[in-house]
Write a protein that binds this ligand. Structure first.
Ligand SMILES: [Zn+2]
Length: 226
């Protein structure tokens, strides 16, 4: 973790007070202007095999895309916390549906570079808002190349077998909510969900901060860069 990232991590604990989209000072996840311009999605995403329910808070467009890129590449973990709080407000899961919240793990290499896992911060912030436990259940078994720019089949291949249960973690009988930042083809969350199911999970639902428009070919260059 770089000093800069450490600083931002510490600051984000005390001052999660900027709009996730436009950076304006705001006590809530989004300033009034952005909240009006980017209403959270209310419908579940569909067409994802092997997942029980999938929900993404925003379409991955314009300012939301900028917010996610700031979050991932410009040392703004506070944005993940803001998005998690917004998800706790808008996502259609209740504490009665879910036993435990978890997240897509980063590779060690990426975690070292970035200093934080945006999916983990998002998940923890969501879980805190809902009064649910958040646990690290998964590990990466290998470094995967960024999925950005790959077509669906290549994405699936890229993340196949990339995850395993964390030592000592249990999924048996649990209804799990798996969190990630950006949902594109769903290949990453599907690969992780398969591991949780093999470990006995009763169900695996998915919560993402944003969802790209994906119609088979149209994968944006920066879609799902881990
Ligand atoms: Zn704003």
């Amino acid at each position: 973790m770089t000093l800069h990232n450490l600083f931002n991590n510490v600051i984000s604990l005390f001052y999660p007070s900027r709009c996730a989209v436009c950076d304006a000072l705001s006590r809530t996840a989004f300033c009034g202007k952005c909240a009006a311009e980017y209403p959270p999605t209310t419908a579940a995403a569909s067409g994802f095999d092997g997942l029980d329910r999938v929900y993404a808070l925003f379409p991955y467009t314009d300012k939301v895309r900028k917010a996610v890129l700031n979050l991932k590449f410009h040392a703004r973990p506070d944005i993940a916390a803001s998005l998690g709080r917004a998800a706790a407000e808008f996502a259609p899961f209740t504490a009665a549906d879910i036993d435990v919240v978890t997240f897509i793990p980063l590779s060690k290499k990426r975690a070292r570079e970035r200093g934080y896992n945006q999916a983990e911060i998002f998940a923890k912030s969501y879980a805190k808002g809902k009064g649910l436990p958040c646990r690290a259940l998964l590990v990466r078994t290998r470094n995967t190349a960024a999925n950005s720019g790959l077509a669906a089949a290549a994405r699936k291949e890229n993340v196949s077998g990339a995850f395993a249960m964390k030592n000592g973690a249990s999924a048996a009988g649990k209804r799990i909510l798996l969190c990630d930042d950006v949902l594109t083809t769903g290949s990453t969350v599907a690969s992780a969900a398969a591991v949780l199911r093999d470990a006995g999970a009763a169900s695996v639902c998915v919560l993402c901060a944003a969802k790209t428009r994906y119609d088979g070919e149209d994968v944006p260059e920066d879609g799902d860069p881990r």
